[in-house]
Structures are given as structure tokens and as C-alpha cells.
Design a protein around this ligand. Structure first.
Ligand SMILES: Nc1ncnc2c1ncn2[C@@H]1O[C@H](COP(=O)(O)OP(=O)(O)OP(=O)(O)O)[C@@H](O)[C@H]1O
Ligand SMILES: [Mg+2]
Length: 257
């Protein structure tokens, strides 16, 4: 059993497959890799098309809001890096929008890297939003075939220091994957490998599926997204009641266009 576990964590190694990772494990080649990544970075107009915050003044209000959530999470966490689950109260409230931008806000800090994981297995959309073709698969493919290595499912996003793990093949029985030993091992390994890496799980809405609650067991913090003018106070309270109050970072009221 122990041997199997060791073997599995070796397969999780993403060190070689992710040479652009900006972190404290800097090598002499590191700054060159960083320069290459910055050169391929998305222009503000491309970010706006992908509904992503950027550093220009035009989206200042929005990026300040996401920086505010970042500050709150960092205050809650203290010293160590952590895993944040973001879930919407009901479908189409902007859960994925908030997860993506929160992950981007962490990546804006040059001392941090950010990993966005699409955990909405029924309706995955982060790869579409970011314009990424998941040619070598995603989370489900890795959970089913860990020997392929985690590096094969980590994709560059065009935002420096932000990587995406797409959902992969869509699946109905997602709860089984999320409650598996493998899923926990993947997250632990991804979080522990680099102390400057922050993980963001884009979960399915709370209403209508137990997945959000199952994923919360794997996360250090939970951010709930309520659709401004869409979700009623009663439904927001009901959603909040699903989670351990100690993990609850707050409710974001999102006004989608
Ligand atoms: N505040 C916002 N500003 C601009 N666009 C937004 C905002 N919130 C959401 N959107 C857009 O609205 C659409 C739906 O949002 P999103 O996919 O984030 O919702 P969701 O809650 O994740 O939905 P699902 O139930 O499918 O998971 C997307 O195209 C997203 O980019
Ligand atoms: Mg979503």
C-alpha cells in the first residue's frame, strides 16, 4: 500500500514538464524562462475578450475587487499556500468568472503562482473561456491514467504564472472522482510541491448536486458566488449552510452583464 502511494506521488511530479513555473526554486535558467513567458502574455484587449482582469486602468474597479478577495484569503491563511474552492449558489451566476479572475489576481503577484482547476465536470468551461484546446486531456484523464503525468494536463493561459488544469472528458459521476483517494493526493501534491503555488477549484453550483460539498472537503477555503439580483437571500443562506463556517471566506455578489 505504502509503495503504491509513493509510486503515485512520483507520477504527480510536474517539475520537468512545467519549466516556466515562477517560484522560490529558481535555477539559473529561471529568469530566461520568465522573460519568455512575459513576452507571450495576453494583451489587455485579449484579456477583456476572455473576461479576464488585467493591469490597465480601464478595469481598475474589477481588479481591485479581486485583489480585495485575495487579501482576505491571505489574511485567513497566514503563512502557507492554500486551496480555494469557488462555487456559485445557482447555475450561470458567474462562479467560473470569479474563480478565473481570483486565480489571475494571485498570479499578478510576482511572488506567487496560481493554478486554476476546472472541477465542473458536467459543464466544464474554463478551457473555452481561456481559448485553450486541451489536447493532452484534463483532470479526469489524469485521474483515470495517472501514469501520463500531471504535467501533461497543465496548460499555459497567456497570463504569466497562471496555469489551467481543464476538466477533461466530461463525466456524470463526478462525485466519485472527487471523493477518491487520487483526487486528494493530486491536490496535496500540487499544493505541497511549491510553497508559492495557490490552487483555485472551479466547482459546480451548490444547487442541484452534492459535488460542491464534496469538493469543500478538499479545500482550505470556500468562496460563494451569488448572482446579484438573481439569487434570493433565502437561497444564499441555504447555500452557505452547506459549508463549514471555518472555511467560509465570504460571499461575492456578482453582477453578470
Ligand atoms: N461580472 C461579470 N462581468 C462580465 N462577464 C461576466 C461576469 N460574470 C459572468 N460573466 C459572463 O457570464 C457568463 C456566465 O458566467 P460563468 O460561466 O462564470 O457562470 P457560472 O456560474 O460558472 O455558470 P455554470 O453554472 O455554467 O458553471 C460567462 O460568459 C461569463 O464570462
Ligand atoms: Mg461555472
Amino acid at each position: 500500500m505504502a509503495a503504491n502511494n509513493t509510486e503515485f506521488s512520483d507520477m504527480l511530479s510536474d517539475h520537468h514538464g512545467d519549466p516556466h513555473h515562477g517560484d522560490a526554486h529558481a535555477t539559473p535558467n529561471h529568469s530566461i524562462a520568465r522573460m519568455r513567458e512575459e513576452a507571450g502574455a495576453l494583451a489587455p484587449i485579449d484579456c477583456e475578450r476572455k473576461r479576464l482582469i488585467h493591469r490597465e486602468e480601464s478595469v481598475r474597479q474589477q481588479s481591485d475587487a479581486f485583489r480585495g478577495i485575495r487579501t482576505r484569503l491571505l489574511e485567513m491563511a497566514g503563512e502557507s499556500n492554500f486551496i480555494t474552492l469557488v462555487v456559485a449558489v445557482s447555475p450561470r451566476s458567474g462562479g467560473s468568472f470569479v474563480t478565473r479572475n481570483l486565480a489571475a489576481a494571485f498570479a499578478f503577484d510576482e511572488a506567487k503562482t496560481s493554478l486554476l482547476m476546472d472541477c465542473n465536470l458536467r459543464y466544464p468551461n474554463q478551457h473555452k473561456a481561456l481559448g485553450i484546446e486541451p489536447r493532452t486531456g484534463g483532470l479526469i484523464d489524469f485521474l483515470e491514467h495517472p501514469s501520463r503525468g500531471i504535467a501533461s494536463i497543465m496548460y499555459h493561459t497567456g497570463v504569466p504564472r497562471l496555469r489551467l488544469i481543464p476538466a477533461g472528458k466530461s463525466r456524470e459521476n463526478s462525485g466519485e472522482y472527487f471523493s477518491s483517494f487520487r483526487m486528494r493526493a493530486v491536490l496535496d501534491s500540487l499544493r505541497c510541491r511549491y510553497p508559492d503555488r495557490y490552487l483555485f477549484l472551479d466547482g459546480p453550483p451548490v444547487k442541484g448536486s452534492p459535488d460542491a460539498r464534496i469538493l469543500a472537503d478538499l479545500a482550505d477555503f470556500v468562496v460563494i458566488v451569488a448572482g446579484y439580483g438573481r439569487d434570493t437571500p433565502a437561497s444564499i443562506n441555504q447555500a452557505v449552510a452547506n459549508f463549514d463556517p471555518a472555511k467560509l471566506a465570504g460571499v461575492v455578489f456578482n453582477q453578470s452583464p
